[in-house]
Design a binder for this molecule. Sequence first.
Ligand SMILES: [Cu+2]
Length: 113
Amino acid sequence: MKKQIGIIFLLLVGAASLPLAAQPMADKEAQKKTAQTSHQGAGKVVSVDRAKSRIKLAHDPIKSLGWSAMLMDFSVAKASLLDGLKEGDAVRFELGKSKPEDLVWMIVKIERR
Ligand SMILES: [Cu+2]
């Protein structure tokens, strides 16, 4: 009788620990996603505003951010990043933030491809 209770106890513990074990892993995965400090993208230059250090891109989907393809205005980390870029150029770029708490991604690297 004692042995039987022991077996039932083990079965219950085993079943209960399954969802618990899956939980921390999902949290870790979500943490990794929000902690990612840069993202790679590709697209085409729509317009360049050198005076305001801004560029409008038609970018491809950026899976790491969950973004679909769209038309979007970006600030660039420094004006010289826009040197040599013009409307119609196919580019690849990297998005980053100057401070981790910033809400908006800016272009920290961009080059023609
Ligand atoms: Cu976008």
